[in-house]
Design a protein around this ligand. Structure first.
Ligand code: GTP
Ligand code: SPV
Ligand code: MN
Length: 603
């Protein structure tokens, strides 16, 4: 095919017409792959078809190169371990940029660089970076392949680890390429692991031209570009223009003993319990209840013609936190990851089974870096070690997971890790108040990102690391979406992580969280009482079913009460935080803020 180059994208490449191999009928894609190949100079180019045979060949090659090792075949068939570079084990928020023409559009919540400057910096890094390596072209579809709500992308990468992960996490390969050829549009993601030098590592987003450039990391959210980069940062920007929401949320179906299923979406920050809630197994006391997983990390939410909010999970697999997964906490996941699973940065036992803190069973022989285990050198498994597994392996996968229109959402939960302040649960008065509850979220930081851990930081809607535009515009967009919904989901805030004086979690959590979900659904259908408080509605002491629950009444009372002094300081902090966004914060949000603050001051 003959074509003219896009002068703005790769200005240093000559713009004369060139012959491009006919690898796809989409000229933009063919041209882009050709341009990237000229820039990065790989030894060969491989277009991924997503087949099992291709996957098997890549795994074979990675076993040979040492990028993967095979785990115990008897206990863990088709399970592999990947050890990443010790300096490349989590998302790097300080190196992640949103590059909009106008700095204000990225907002104080994002690191910003001018698009031209960012592009030039990245082109410098990418130049010649694939010499001697294979360039993989990875077409993928975020969302069910035949859903009008889904969006496609293509990731160019030099990492076979990325390819095998993308195959499990997205609908990757031929079907996605065919959809791109029919639709024409796709997000361009360019990735190279580079030299894994943290000084030469950047994750750049260009939401206005639907592009991502990621260099110098092979890890998770930095490298699997369909996930956080596309399905959250780029998609949130697109969603604002098109009238929907792209959120850091799980989607779960809750089936009651009458056989009715209602869907809840929940936004908790990284490593704060989404995967666990999405795969929950009901406690013994809850016979007849069943949990169905639709998604565990990302939700795309669309106002439907019926006035309800409909959700799809753009992903097709899980990149889940390993530590803490046990037959007690998450039996579903514990079983799921005994086969067909890629482990990243876990420890291994003497007989080569994967091992991690909280596994209960076995003991580590080698730590996540492959060193003989020594308790003085820190945890055996990295705290952000992960499993990658297809959603098809989840015994609780929802039959609606592939539904092109998604599932209708009855309630939205916001939540975080707070050792104090936030009660087990409270309900917002209405949608706009719920937007304030989301905007005011805070959580103790975790190992999912590099930097200090256990520090309380504001993390609105669990989107601090992922919102691809100015938070003030985002809250405004949330309010607008709510206005379009005749049957808006009720909004709640939960906290599984309140601690007692000894630093122990008070609420048993995990399966027992179903008790809280039941109150959520009862409230959503108008069949539960509540107590009004300055911050919203709280359950009555008997509002949460305590049958066979191992928790004394005083503890329950503590979990369901609020300390108004602490909440007055909390509101001061929320006020200061909102203040950073100045005049751009929507009036309705400030009104909600003042209403809560005044109610607290009257107490
Ligand atoms: P990302 O994949 O980083 O977005 O995280 P996530 O929100 O899916 O977190 P995940 O469910 O993987 O949980 C992270 C950690 O929190 C794990 O170590 C869990 O064992 C722990 N956890 C999850 N739910 C609960 C709970 O209800 N109570 C307590 N105490 N810990 C929990
Ligand atoms: C998160 O950090 O929220 C994750 C893991 O889900 S990563 O894909 O690395 O971003
Ligand atoms: Mn996440």
């Amino acid at each position: 095919a003959r074509y003219t180059r896009h002068p703005r994208l790769y200005p240093e490449i000559s713009s004369k017409e060139t012959e491009v191999p006919m690898t796809t009928s989409n000229a933009t894609l063919a041209r882009w792959v050709d341009e990237v190949a000229r820039l990065t100079r790989p030894e060969r180019i491989h277009w991924c078809d997503g087949s099992e045979a291709e996957d098997a060949r890549l795994i074979e090659a990675m076993l040979e190169s040492g990028e993967l090792t095979r785990l115990n075949e008897k206990t863990h068939p088709d399970c592999y371990l990947h050890r990443s570079d010790p300096a490349d084990v989590a998302r790097v928020e300080h190196l992640t940029f949103v590059c909009t023409e106008d700095r204000e559009d990225a907002g104080p919540n994002n690191h910003w660089m001018a698009p031209d400057e960012a592009r030039e910096k990245m082109l410098g890094l990418f130049e010649g970076c694939m010499e001697g390596r294979t360039l993989y072209v990875v077409p993928y579809c975020m969302g069910p392949i035949d859903s009008p709500l889904s969006r496609c992308g293509v990731e160019i990468t030099d990492s076979p680890y990325v390819v095998i992960n993308m195959r499990r996490m997205t609908r990757m390969g031929q079907a996605a390429l065919e959809r791109i050829e029919r639709e024409g549009s796709f997000v361009k993601g360019l990735h190279s692991t580079g030299e894994l030098d943290p000084e030469r590592r950047f994750i750049m987003h260009f939401p206005e031209s639907l592009e991502i450039m990621s260099f110098g990391s092979g890890y998770g959210g930095n490298a699997l570009l369909g996930k956080k980069c596309h399905a959250l940062r780029i998609a949130s920007h697109q969603a604002r223009q098109e009238g929907w929401l792209a959120e850091h949320m799980l989607i779960v179906g809750i089936e009651n003993p009458r056989g009715e299923t209602h869907y809840v979406a929940a936004a908790f920050p990284s490593a704060c319990g989404k995967t666990n809630l999405a795969m929950l197994i009901p406690p013994e006391s809850h016979k007849g209840w069943k949990i169905w997983t639709v998604g565990d990390d990302i939700a795309w939410l669309h106002p439907g013609e019926d006035g309800r909010l409909w959700a799809i999970n753009p992903e097709a697999g899980y990149f889940g936190v390993v530590p803490g997964t046990s037959p007690k906490t998450n039996p579903n996941a514990y079983d799921m990851i005994t086969q067909d699973t890629i482990f990243t940065n876990v420890a291994v036992t003497e007989d080569n089974q994967p091992w991690w803190e909280g596994k209960k069973d076995g003991e580590p022989a080698y730590d996540w870096q492959g060193r003989p285990y020594n308790a003085d050198m820190g945890p055996a498994a990295h705290p952000n070690s992960r499993f990658t597994v297809s959603a098809n392996n989840n015994p609780s996968q929802s039959p609606e997971a592939e539904s092109p229109r998604g599932v209708p959402i009855s309630a939205i939960l916001f939540g975080g890790r707070r050792k104090d302040v936030a009660p087990l649960i409270f309900e917002a008065r209405d949608w706009n108040h719920g937007v304030l509850v989301g905007a005011g979220m805070a959580s103790e930081t975790t190992a999912a990102a590099t930097g200090a851990q256990g520090v309380v930081r504001r993390d609105p809607m669990a989107m601090k690391p992922f919102c691809g535009y100015n938070f003030a515009d985002y809250w405004d967009h949330w309010i607008r979406v709510g206005n379009k919904l005749d049957k808006a989901p009720k909004i709640f805030h939960v906290n599984w992580f309140r601690q007692d004086g000894n630093g122990k979690f008070i609420w048993p959590g995990f399966g027992e969280n179903l008790r809280v979900l039941r109150w959520v659904l009862d409230r959503s259908h108008g069949d539960a009482e509540a107590v009004e408080s300055p911050i919203g509605y709280l359950p009555t002491l008997d509002g949460i079913d305590q049958t066979d629950l191992d928790l004394d009444r005083d503890a329950m009372e503590g979990l369901l009460s609020i300390d108004e002094g602490l909440w007055r300081s909390e509101m001061t902090e929320i006020g200061d935080f909102l203040g950073q966004f100045g005049e751009r914060v929507p009036d309705q949000l400030m009104e909600e803020f003042r209403r809560v603050r005044e109610a607290l001051n009257k107490q």
